[in-house]
Design a protein around this ligand. Structure first.
Ligand SMILES: *Cc1c(COP(=O)(O)O)cnc(C)c1O
Length: 423
């Protein structure tokens, strides 16, 4: 163990991104391993939101729209575009990931006349599947959802997606990095295969945006959606983004035609005329307060650079993997993530029959020790998320030692087995 401890200290001392931690609100008694679910609060967001409310809303009132609110979504799109390997006129920022997924999946199915198969997988985040199920139930009644089946519940075999994505496939809808195991699809290869079958592809980037070097343009991806409240640190329920490849934009129609998606919203015409830009995917008035709050997180990410972030993420996940292997596997834990870093996003899931209660004991320690916040995903996964902008190596070391302590002392037995509302 001593060597891991020393390695952690050495890596932290030589970490080129170490300086970014102070850009976030951190508590030294808390080890936060849930940046993949809700990123930390950037220091700058505190002042920004105070000023936004007091001055922009409080004093400027309706004049705020001409002072910059009208252009806010666009400005955020310019900042997100390079983080996902896209052009700024291919990104719209607003609404939730679920709503954006609905809009794009609807639009894609409309132009894929004659094909009725939609391909997703059994590792996907439930909301993505619910959105597709709803589309089939209410609108595309002849369509079927085909789910790729993972053999081990962790990864997807290449043979699965190559055999299931076929000439009948209208749309492929997958998470780039899957939320439970962190398995990462080879975006270029899957996209290319979808195109060979004349299928459209829609990537959900929620678990990769801000931590993986995403190459939408280079992959020739058709559409994508993603979150800003996870690795991009935009705040709880922060607006999501969507991407549509330039050449496809004219063909796709937003199923919710609203005034902010109109070519000239302030002409107040009685007839809808879609915007000729990506703005056509807007639905109603933008959420200015939460939209403005995503800027500091985006700026920090851009400053650190995705290449450096991904590199640290790979080093940290590998370090955590080795620690778990040495300390926790002998105590009954199992890995539930891919072993190879090129097939893995930025978290590691581990399984244990008592995962739920161990997770509780990490968050609510009995004695005066550090609080550790991972998250729990049923049936028995603890997800350990790595957000390289603020996570130290020594915190990973401390977290594993603490899990070991909880197991050996059986401290988790203080908790009941019934689950809390949000895990
Ligand atoms: C977090 C996440 C979402 C969240 O969707 P919301 O509409 O913001 O609730 C969607 N898809 C995936 C893959 C996610 O990880």
């Amino acid at each position: 163990m001593k060597t891991y401890y020393n390695t952690a200290l050495k890596r932290d001392a030589n970490d080129p991104l170490a300086g970014f931690r102070k850009e976030f609100v951190s508590e030294e008694s808390l080890i936060y391993l849930d940046g993949n679910s809700l990123g930390k609060l950037p220091q700058k967001t505190i002042d920004l939101t105070t000023k936004l409310v007091q001055v922009e809303w409080g004093n400027r009132l309706i004049r705020g729209w001409n002072d910059g609110w009208m252009d806010l979504s666009n400005r955020m799109a310019q900042k997100i575009a390079p983080l996902v390997g896209a052009q700024e006129d291919e990104i719209f920022v607003g609404d939730s990931t679920s709503i954006n997924l609905y809009k794009l999946a609807f639009a894609a199915l409309k132009i894929q006349e004659g094909k009725t198969k939609i391909v997703s997988d059994d590792l996907n985040f439930p909301t993505d599947l619910y959105v597709i199920q709803g589309l089939i139930q209410h609108q595309f009644k002849q369509h079927q959802l085909a789910l790729l089946q993972s053999a081990d519940g962790i990864s997807m075999e290449e043979s699965q997606w190559r055999s299931q994505i076929d000439k009948d496939t209208a749309l492929v809808c997958l998470s780039h990095v899957v939320y439970k195991s962190a398995f990462m699809y080879p975006m270029k290869e899957v996209t290319e295969w979808a195109h060979q079958n004349n299928s459209l592809i829609l990537w959900d980037l929620s678990h990769s945006a801000g931590v993986v070097d995403i190459v939408l343009n280079e992959s020739n991806a058709d559409m994508a959606v993603g979150c800003t409240y996870k690795y991009l640190n935009g705040g709880p329920g922060a607006p999501a983004f969507l991407y549509v490849r330039k050449e496809l934009q004219e063909k796709l129609l937003n199923p919710i035609s609203s005034w902010f998606g109109h070519e000239k919203p302030f002409d107040f015409n009685l007839n809808y005329e879609p915007s000729s830009s990506i703005q056509k995917f807007a639905v109603g008035t933008p959420n200015i307060l939460s939209l403005a709050a995503i800027e500091p997180g985006l700026d920090i990410t851009r400053k650190a650079g995705l290449r450096a972030i991904r590199q640290k993420s790979v080093f940290q996940t590998q370090f955590l993997w080795d620690l778990i292997e040495a300390e926790l596997l002998p105590l009954g834990f199992q890995f539930a993530s891919p072993k190879e870093s090129e097939k893995r996003g930025s978290h590691i899931s581990i399984q244990h029959p008592e995962a739920y209660r161990i997770n509780r004991a990490m968050i609510e320690p009995q004695f005066n020790t550090k609080v550790i916040i991972p998250d729990f995903r049923p049936p028995n996964n603890i997800r350990l998320g790595i957000a390289p902008l603020y996570l130290r190596y020594i915190e990973l070391y401390d977290a594993v030692i603490r899990i070991k302590e909880i197991l050996i002392s059986k401290e988790y037995e203080r908790f009941g087995k019934e689950k809390l509302a949000v895990t």
